[in-house]
Design a protein around this ligand. Structure first.
Ligand code: FAD
Ligand code: NAD
Length: 326
């Protein structure tokens, strides 16, 4: 017995069909769309429940098939799957690279610019916080995968000793589980199409969404002429992936990086201070009045809010600015 639910919100919802042999149930979803990418489809299979979510334009379509008996579930919230901690590596004195492995029956690719929620039980309550997946390094290949299963998800996470969630995350041992939600976020990859100048303004772990954006733009946007990252941190020790960034700038002449420190030691000869109109107007030199520009912004809320105001004052339009927030 098969029961199903097709949740639909959009104007014309996809239809679907299924057929079965002795060993296989095949579910076909007809989207009437030409360019459905792998990252627009999320598939989970657990026990007797099969779930396929397809994202088309601004809509999400859900096919949920319960095999042999009907299941009760709330379809409105985020769906979580348990992932295993595979490795944990120090990146700076307080930031680590976590690698999680998806269950073998899950296909999930987090789109560029989106985040997920991690969920852990803490003193008897399920707690969730958002985190932005990154590539395992700035030099990892960034291509549409040929095989549909990239089973690892990487996160750069700063551990706050007085924080609520991150000390618990840091306590996890290799082999332990953490739940990972579906992706969310309002960055659209088409914002990068035809782009000539890409400016990234990141503060602290606000660097995380920039990793995939940077990697994607350098690999997949032929019109791209320049990518500049201005990376704000308190001290040199806080800079995530500094040597990788410097290597990338050396290898790829389209990429430039500049570090700005708010609490440097006396030896620091580079730029200092918080985000400011003076720093921005010097940094954001567009090629020409007509060149297509995108400025991405992410960091602590005051950083992002001040940055947005300064960018508007510098006459960049809404379409030319993307701020990453929850
Ligand atoms: P919290 O308990 O929230 O505390 C954080 C720090 O603030 C601690 O030092 C704490 O002592 C201090 N603090 C708490 N409350 C107060 C207060 N009222 N006044 C003064 N200080 C206070 N982080 C990453 O490391 N990597 C990511 O990829 C990442 N992606 C994100 C994506 C999104 C969309 C968003 C919104 C956030 C992201 N973050 C990321 C931040 C992350 O979600 C958490 O906020 C962060 O990990 C801190 O969680 P925590 O519970 O450990 O700390
Ligand atoms: P941090 O405290 O180490 O500060 C890094 C830099 O941010 C500072 O050097 C300074 O230049 C700037 N900054 C800090 N406070 C400022 C202020 N009041 N005004 C102007 N500039 C200021 O940063 P952190 O601990 O790494 O925190 C990173 C923040 O980024 C967190 O709040 C996190 O939630 C946020 N974040 C958001 C997203 C997202 O929304 N998508 C993703 C990742 C991180």
């Amino acid at each position: 017995q098969v029961t199903d639910t097709l949740a639909k919100e959009g104007p014309s919802s996809p239809s679907y069909d299924w057929f079965q042999t002795d060993s296989l149930v095949t579910i076909v979803i007809y989207t009437k769309q030409k360019d459905i990418n792998l990252d627009s489809v999320i598939v989970d299979h657990r026990d007797d429940s099969f779930r396929a979510e397809t994202v088309i334009k601004d809509y999400s379509y859900l096919v949920h098939v319960a095999l042999s008996h009907e299941i009760q579930e709330d379809f409105s919230g985020l769906f979580y799957r348990k992932c295993q901690l595979v490795s944990k590596e120090d990146v700076t004195h307080d930031t680590k690279l976590f690698c999680l492995m998806l269950p073998p029956s899950t296909h999930l690719e987090v789109p560029v610019g989106q985040h997920v929620y991690l969920r852990l039980p803490i003193t008897g309550t399920e707690i969730v916080k958002p985190y932005t997946p990154v590539c395992d390094s700035l030099f990892s290949e960034f291509k549409e995968p040929v095989l549909p299963n990239n089973i690892y998800i990487y996160f750069l996470i700063k551990i706050y000793p007085a924080g609520f969630f991150t000390p618990e995350l840091d306590q996890l041992q290799i082999g332990d589980y953490v739940s990972v939600s579906n992706p969310e976020g309002n960055f659209i990859i088409s914002q990068l199409q035809e782009l000539e100048d890409l400016f990234l303004l990141a503060a602290g772990t606000g660097f995380t969404p920039m990793v995939k954006v940077l990697n994607y733009a350098l690999t997949n946007i032929p019109s791209l002429r320049k990518v500049k990252l201005m990376f704000f941190n308190k001290t040199e020790d806080d800079i995530i992936w500094r040597s990788q960034l410097e290597k990338l700038a050396f290898k790829d002449k389209r990429f430039e990086v500049e570090f700005v420190l708010s609490a440097p030691t006396s030896e620091w000869s580079g730029k200092q201070g918080y985000i400011s109109p003076a720093l921005l107007s010097e940094f954001l030199k567009r090629r020409s009045d007509t060149s297509k520009v995108l400025i991405c912004l992410c960091g602590p809320t005051p950083f992002t809010e001040q940055g947005m105001r300064m960018l508007h004052d510098l006459n960049f339009s809404k379409d030319e600015i993307h701020s990453f927030t929850a």
